[in-house]
Design a protein. Sequence first.
Length: 303
Amino acid sequence: MVIVEENTFINNYCPECKGYIVFIEEKGDSVCSQCGLIINEREFDTSHSEKRAYTRDEKSRRERTGILISPLISDLALCTIINNKNVFNPDLKRAIKRDSYLNWKDRNFLIAATELKRLGSLLSIPSYVLNVALKLYKKAYNNNLLKGRTIKGMAAACLYYACRNEKIPRNYHEILKESPIGQKTISKCYKSVCSHFNLKLPSTDPLFFIPKYIALLGLNNEVEQLTIKIIQNYLKHEINNGKNPKGLIAGAIYLASKLKNAKITQKDISSIINITEVTLRSRYKEIIKKVDIFSLNQERYNF
């Protein structure tokens, strides 16, 4: 006899008192209804399927595991914090208090990770780039590069290296704008890290910054595609060594906007890209001399 309710009666009897055996679905236990003997404990319940999840929020509620281990968390979220409000034993209170202290190394990494997460949130930098920056910061700490240098300055320098290494379109001035540390301090930290670990980075590719500046200027996709094509043609004839890539981007955007009849001024472009109008005009003239406008027209770009 089977009754599908809170408790399910199974067609078996208790081996002790011959009473009915009750199956408790909430616990997965088989218990005698008369003497309370537990026949089977924590059985797998297949009487009903688990609640289905259709959205990310519903799926997160169903998960039985904690958050992913991240290097940006000082203790990797694996430590347990004991609440000492209900602890009355003085020895246990003393042990809990002693365990809650952080040594200087852990406190240092905690400050650096907090600063990296703050900068990453303000600049919309992916978490994997922050992990690369924190890994470099820990190497710098273990090699005594932080002596006489600030934690936040070294964190900003490591983040700038990580952005360039992972080809994230965030330049030095953007990180400097959000950091509370001055330019000289961050520059010294960056040079010390690069020289100590012999880090060699490729020159900044201007193509990575074009979508960001196009979006900030409010230009359409046609101008963006034409700007990319102009820079690609320019770099075939000229190497951009020693020159600020933002000047080349500004000149290419100005040329593309003129060819596409987009209403944008030199002042607007220079203020968004953070260069002078003189630099924009000089790079614009260089691009016109090097780039063949007629060849671009043959590649299905309507001017």
